[in-house]
Design a protein around this ligand. Sequence first.
Ligand code: ATP
Ligand code: MG
Length: 358
Amino acid sequence: MNPELENYINQARAGGLANTAITHALKEAGWSESDISSAYEASSQVAIHANNVHKAFGKVRALSGITLRIPYGKVFALLGPNGAGKTTLVRILTTLLKPDWGEIKVAGLQLPRYEKQVRSLIGLTGQYVAVDETLTGRENLRLVGRLYHLPKTIVEMRANELLHDFGLQEAADRPVKTYSGGMRRRLDLAASLINRPQILFLDEPTNGLDPQSRNVLWRVIENLAREGVTILLTTQYMEEADHLADYIFVIDHGRLIAEGTPRNLKKQFGSSFLEIHLAKDASMNKAIEALRQLGELQIQKNEELDVITLPVGESSSLFLEAIRALDKENIPLIDVMLRHPTLNDVFLNLTGHEATSN
Ligand SMILES: Nc1ncnc2c1ncn2[C@@H]1O[C@H](COP(=O)(O)OP(=O)(O)OP(=O)(O)O)[C@@H](O)[C@H]1O
Ligand SMILES: [Mg+2]
């Protein structure tokens, strides 16, 4: 691996040069084919690389040594409760804030050195909607296009496309102050796409939205991911991370406490439970006695609700065995449910507290 060559390729790409032109220039400069091809490979793998990032605001340590690598493609979620450091990390990765310590590369480009190039390659939708109330939707998109120094015709074309894709065509020429919260969020997201970013940062994109608007935004995000945009989103909603993310970074108190696919996190930090609802006239003690015959189980009871829970672990046969054992003793049941672990359980296990404040 040759960092100098890798950097050169990333910069040339950020400057809009095609791979063929870059290769040609490198060969002219005397680099070997194999050096060039391995530098290409290294430069096109990691979309975001943060190494040991620290940030404090006075006495508050917002980030205490975050290290993560995010490959291109797919959706990545930063999951964590209020104050975990999600926005701080996003602001650092999007060049809006400088870390006290640590190395950052976005699209292979070192920050803060290549700040300008990085800005042209990324899109950001911040935690709070950042559109101008007095302008129309279309005017907001034009404004952002101009900030990126895009040619006027390109901006008009992109604005039309985006207004259409985000279902804002009808409202396009109305001032944003007449928009609903969901429409504003969609416009905000549209604005962050005007430069066709390779890497998109979304800070709590669906916070405060009703379930229907949330679903609309989820679909938009899924479509972008399908088109190959690398997405890093933050959320404190477990279902959101579970639904959207291919890979999750769990952070709490400025530290990375776990990472993995939703499935692996649940497997690693959660467990499945069998929930048995007894009929009112059933004897709880007799039921527990029957279940004990099945082996060493951590049986828990809730006498008020007439519910017995037992961890199932890897055993898929336990479900049937439990029902058979209870049936044999003629213990009447109302319901038996297999409850799979949720990300909420994962979070609770990892941190000892819930992720969401509500
Ligand atoms: N500009 C600032 N000045 C002082 N403290 C700050 C500043 N920005 C963030 N903090 C503090 O840093 C910590 C991390 O904040 P951050 O906004 O990154 O959290 P978050 O995970 O995005 O939380 P939320 O889910 O509430 O958006 C918090 O304790 C916060 O109060
Ligand atoms: Mg935040």
